[in-house]
Structure formats: structure tokens, C-alpha cells
Design a protein around this ligand. Structure first.
Ligand code: CUA
Length: 340
């Protein structure tokens, strides 16, 4: 019984040790403070107790004492703050070359799709020793993706992506919980994280895949007619999407934003919100027409043409560069620079 309900979960990710160290430090500091307060309490109660015939003495304060009990806690808090920030940023910044996994939460299950195309429900298979980045969204309400053994937890929100990453250090099966109350069967919204040896994982990966997620995205891109405006050979009515992902883009309202997962997602579901400079507001919204899984596949596809064919896009953009103002933007997009 206790094996399934340990007081202290196993440390199974690279971040676990640093989270635990900080937590133990907090326990020690608060434990010592509690002890100190109780010792003072008992001592003063005894020392200054009422005794017949002994008049009470008034103490008018002490600057030295006040400065001491302000400075020492302040320094301790600053240590906690700095230490916490270091751990936080380490945990919040996924390594650039991490394997990507898309997570869609819904009442009450976790739907998971690997970039390589494997799909699973309430299970996530990962290899040991590899960085895994999860790009997560919800189909309905707020959920929270929580793996105690990895010491990571991140809210999963409808209408946007949130990101979480880990590197597993020990093969085994670990609990996945939903950590945000999301309705009747919230407590049943659980799953398994299966950490495998790399060779074992390869075998698992090769069984029954539907092909890479980006290929699914390419198919949807064609089926929805995206490819009629977003041409990949020449400039169409919409921006050419080759090499766009991860680059800064300039918007009609003058702002510059990075074309990340959330930006692509917003452009698909609410094209008017952050329209690219130089393009007409003619793109229809795909809100309600595509599922979260399809949005993920489209995003994976746009990412893949940025990574794989970035060089080709650069070449074709500079070769085709007509002088019109709209096309200057395309060029800038493909080259990753900004229009001034
Ligand atoms: Cu999903 Cu709680």
C-alpha cells in the first residue's frame, strides 16, 4: 500500500533533485523558526511570569534588536528567492533540441500525440535520458499536467498552448495526475508515464505509427485549402510559410512578435488578431472547423517546413523577390530579418 502512496515520490527526472533540495531547505528554515519561536515563548513566559511583590518593568524597544530581526529574515528570503528563481528558470526553459509531444486535455482524459505520429491516451511513452517538451492545450476547461516523480506541474489551458519539459533519468512507470479540479471525474483523470530504455523505446515507436505529425498537418493544410493562399512556391495571397517558425514577424499594427506555437495557433483560430504587415484581412477563421489535434498537426507542419526547407525557402525568396511592398515582407520573413 505504502509503495503506491509514498510520502516522498522517487526522483526520476533531472530537475527532481534541485526541487527537492530547495524544498528541504524551506522545511529546515521553517522548522528552525518554529522551534525558535516556541523556545522564546516558553522562556519568556517563565522569565517574566507574575510574582507577588515584584513590579513589572517597561522595556522601551531596542534598535539593535529590531534591525537584527529584520535583516536576518530578509537575507534568508533573498536566498530563497534567488534559489527559487534559478530552479524555476531551469524548469521553464525547454532545451531547443527537445523531442516534441503534443498534449490535448479534455474532460476527462489526456490525448497525446508524438511528433513522430504515435498517439496514446492516458499514457506517455518516453525514452530515458532524452529531453521531452510537451506542447499542451485543452479542449474544454483548465486542467493541469502533473508528474510528481519528475517534480513538474503545468496548467493546461483552453485557447492557448502552455509548455512543460523534462528529462527522465530512471526507467519505470510513473503517475500522471490532473492537478486542477475540472469536474466530476477530475480524480479519475490520471495516467502513466512509461520511461523506457532507448532501444526498447525505438521498438515501441516503430509499432503502428500513422506517420509523422507534420505529414498529417501537410495533408490537413491541403484539405482545408490553406495551400491555395499560402503558396510554397511563389508568394500567394497569404504569406509564404516557409522558414517562418521561430522568427520575428512584423504585424500590421506595428508590433513585432515571434512566430512561435501560440502565434501560429492564434493565426489559425483568430486570423485578424495579429495580422502580418502587408497582407489583406481575407483569411477566414478556422475556429470550430478544426479540432485541437488538427491545429497541433498544422503547427507541427509549419514548424517542419521552417526547419527542413528553411534554406530552400531562403533561396527561392531572394530569387523571386519582386519589388512590390507586400513581397518585401515575405523576403524578410524567409530571411528572418525585419522590415524597417
Ligand atoms: Cu482535468 Cu482535473
Amino acid at each position: 500500500m505504502l509503495n503506491n502512496f509514498p510520502l516522498w515520490p522517487v526522483q526520476a527526472s533531472t530537475i527532481a533533485r534541485s526541487v527537492d533540495a530547495l524544498y528541504i531547505f524551506l522545511l529546515i528554515v521553517t522548522g528552525m523558526m518554529t522551534l525558535l519561536i516556541f523556545i522564546c515563548l516558553v522562556y519568556f513566559a517563565a522569565r517574566f511570569r507574575y510574582r507577588p511583590g515584584v513590579p513589572a518593568v517597561q522595556i522601551d524597544g531596542s534598535h539593535a534588536l529590531e534591525i537584527t530581526w529584520s535583516t536576518i529574515p530578509f537575507l534568508i528570503f533573498m536566498v530563497i528567492f534567488a534559489w527559487g528563481a534559478l530552479v524555476y528558470f531551469k524548469e521553464r526553459t525547454p532545451p531547443a533540441d527537445a523531442t516534441e509531444v503534443y498534449v490535448v486535455a479534455k474532460q476527462w482524459m489526456w490525448k497525446i500525440e508524438h511528433a513522430e505520429g504515435q498517439r496514446e491516451i492516458n499514457q506517455l511513452h518516453v525514452p530515458v535520458g532524452r529531453d521531452v517538451k510537451m506542447i499542451m492545450t485543452s479542449q474544454d476547461v483548465i486542467h493541469s499536467f502533473y508528474i510528481p516523480a519528475f517534480r513538474i506541474k503545468q496548467d493546461v489551458l483552453p485557447g492557448r498552448y502552455t509548455v512543460e519539459w523534462f528529462r527522465a533519468t530512471k526507467p519505470g512507470t510513473y503517475h500522471l495526475f490532473c492537478a486542477e479540479y475540472c469536474g466530476t471525474q477530475h480524480s479519475g483523470m490520471v495516467g502513466d508515464i512509461v520511461v523506457m530504455e532507448p532501444a526498447q523505446y525505438e521498438t515501441w515507436m516503430n509499432g503502428g505509427s500513422t506517420g509523422p505529425l507534420s505529414a498529417t498537418g501537410e495533408k490537413i493544410f491541403a484539405e482545408l485549402g490553406c495551400s491555395t493562399c499560402h503558396r510554397t512556391d511563389i508568394q500567394g495571397r497569404g504569406p509564404n510559410l516557409h522558414g517562418v517558425f521561430g522568427k520575428p514577424v512584423q504585424l500590421e499594427d506595428g508590433r513585432t512578435v515571434t512566430a512561435d506555437e501560440n502565434y501560429l495557433r492564434e493565426c489559425i483560430l483568430d486570423p485578424g488578431a495579429k495580422r502580418l504587415k502587408g497582407f489583406q484581412p481575407i483569411m477566414p477563421t478556422f475556429q470550430g472547423l478544426v479540432t485541437e489535434e488538427q491545429v497541433n498537426a498544422l503547427v507541427a507542419y509549419i514548424k517542419s517546413i521552417a526547419a527542413a526547407k528553411g534554406e530552400a525557402a531562403k533561396a527561392s525568396a531572394s530569387a523571386a523577390a519582386p519589388p512590390a511592398q507586400e513581397n518585401a515582407q515575405t523576403n524578410a520573413l524567409a530571411n528572418g530579418s525585419q522590415v524597417q
